[in-house]
Design a protein around this ligand. Structure first.
Ligand code: 2RA
Length: 337
C-alpha cells in the first residue's frame, strides 16, 4: 500500500514509521509529509532515506491511506482535502473524534463498524485507548456501570519539547523553553490540556466522552483526574470499575488474559505489575493489581499501563490501516512506477 505519514518529523510520526517497519506493513511507497519548514529534509524508514514532501505533493501522489499526526488545526484544514482526493485519513488529533459523522476506532473494539465510506477515521486519545482496551471485554461480560480513573501520564504525550524540559530540569539546564506552567522533574501536575468551565481538563473530558463513543454505550459513567508525571515510557492508570453484575475475580483475570492486545502482569508476591519502564516500546496494554474493591459490591480495581506513543497513538493508527487493507476498505492508491 502507498501510505503517507503526515507529521513525520514529530514524536508520534517517528513512532508511526517504526511501527510500520516493525509490523512489516506492506508499504509499496512511503510519503513522509510535514510542514513547509521540514520539506526537503530526510527521514529514515527501513534503512532508506525518504524526502519530506508538502501536503500538496502528497495529495497529488494519491496514497491509499494518510496517517495524520500533525495537530488539530492542520487536521481540520487538510484531512478533508486528502479525503476529497479519495485518500483515507487516519487522524491522531482530537479534531474529528467527537464528530458524530466520524468513527472513533480502537481496532480490538469497533473496527468492524468501518466501511469504504469512512474517509476520515479518528484515532482516540492515548489515555482513553489503553483504558477501553481493558474495559471492553469486561463490559461484554459484566456490564460496566461507572468508572473512576486517575492517570499518571508520560511527558511524551505533550511532545518532544516536554521531554526536553524534563531532561533539562534534571540536568540543571535553564536554557530550554518550558512547555509546562511548573517544573515537571521531581513534580506532579494535576493538569493535562486546558481547564474547562466545569473544572475538569479537556484531557479528563476526553476520557469521559470518548469512552462512551468507542464502547457504543452512553450509559457508562466515567469520572477522571488526569495527571502529568516525570516519566517517558508510557501512561499509567488507576481504574476503579463498578459493574452492573457480580463477577468472579478469577474469571476477570481469565477474560483479560485472553483478550486481544492485553498482557496481564499480576503477580504482586513476586513484585510483578505493569510499569512505564517495561511497557516502553511495546504495542500491548498491560494490566495488573487486579483486585476487588472491598468498599462496595460488584467493583474492581486495576492498574493499566501502555506506551502512549505506541498503542495510545502510532500502533492504534497502524492497526486501523492494517484493518482497512485486510478488509479492502480503501482505494488501492496509485502504484509506484
Ligand atoms: C497527553 N493525551 O498525554 C495527550 C496526548 N495525546 O497529553
Amino acid at each position: 500500500m502507498k501510505i503517507a505519514v503526515v507529521g513525520a518529523t514529530g514524536l508520534v510520526g517517528g513512532e508511526i514509521l517504526k511501527v510500520l517497519a516493525e509490523r512489516n506493513f506492506p508499504v509499496s511507497e512511503l510519503i513522509p509529509v510535514a510542514s513547509e519548514r521540514s520539506v526537503g529534509k530526510q527521514v529514515e524508514f527501513k534503512g532508506k532515506s525518504y524526502t519530506i514532501v508538502s501536503f500538496e505533493d502528497a495529495i497529488a501522489a494519491k496514497p491509499a491511506v494518510a496517517i495524520f499526526s500533525a495537530g488539530g488545526s492542520t487536521s481540520l484544514e487538510l484531512a478533508p482535502k486528502f479525503a476529497e482526493a479519495g485518500i483515507t485519513v487516519v487522524d491522531n488529533s482530537s479534531a474529528w473524534r467527537m464528530d458524530p459523522t466520524k468513527k472513533l476506532v480502537v481496532p480490538e473494539i469497533n473496527a468492524n463498524t468501518l466501511t469504504p465510506d469512512d474517509k476520515i477515521i479518528a484515532n482516540p486519545n492515548c489515555s482513553t485507548i489503553q483504558m477501553v482496551v481493558a474495559l471492553k471485554p469486561l463490559h461484554d461480560r459484566f456490564t460496566v456501570k461507572r468508572v473512576v480513573v486517575s492517570t499518571y501520564q508520560s511527558v511524551t504525550g505533550t511532545g518532544k519539547a516536554a521531554v526536553d524540559q524534563l531532561f533539562a530540569e534534571r540536568n540543571g539546564d535553564s536554557s530550554v523553553s518550558k512547555v509546562y506552567p511548573h517544573p515537571i522533574d521531581l513534580n506532579v501536575l494535576p493538569h493535562i490540556d486546558v481547564f474547562l468551565d466545569n473544572g475538569y481538563t479537556k484531557e479528563e473530558m476526553k476520557m469521559v466522552n470518548e469512552t462512551k463513543k468507542i464502547m457504543g454505550d452512553d450509559s457508562i459513567q466515567v469520572t477522571a483526574t488526569t495527571v502529568r508525571i516525570p516519566t517517558i515510557g508510557g501512561h499509567s492508570e488507576s481504574v476503579n470499575i463498578e459493574f452492573e453484575n457480580e463477577f468472579d475475580l478469577n474469571e476477570v483475570i481469565d477474560i483479560l488474559s485472553n483478550a486481544e492486545g492485553i498482557i496481564v502482569q499480576d503477580d504482586p508476591k513476586n513484585k510483578i505489575y505493569p510499569m512505564p519502564l517495561t511497557a516502553h516500546g511495546k504495542d500491548e496494554v498491560f494490566v495488573g493489581r487486579i483486585r476487588r474493591d472491598e468498599s462496595q459490591p460488584k467493583t474492581l480495581n486495576m492498574w493499566i499501563v501502555a506506551d502512549n506513543l505506541r498503542k495510545g497513538a502510532a500502533t492504534n493508527a497502524v492497526q486501523i490501516a492494517e484493518y482497512l487493507l485486510a478488509h479492502n476498505l480503501v482505494e488501492a492508491g496509485e502504484v509506484a512506477a
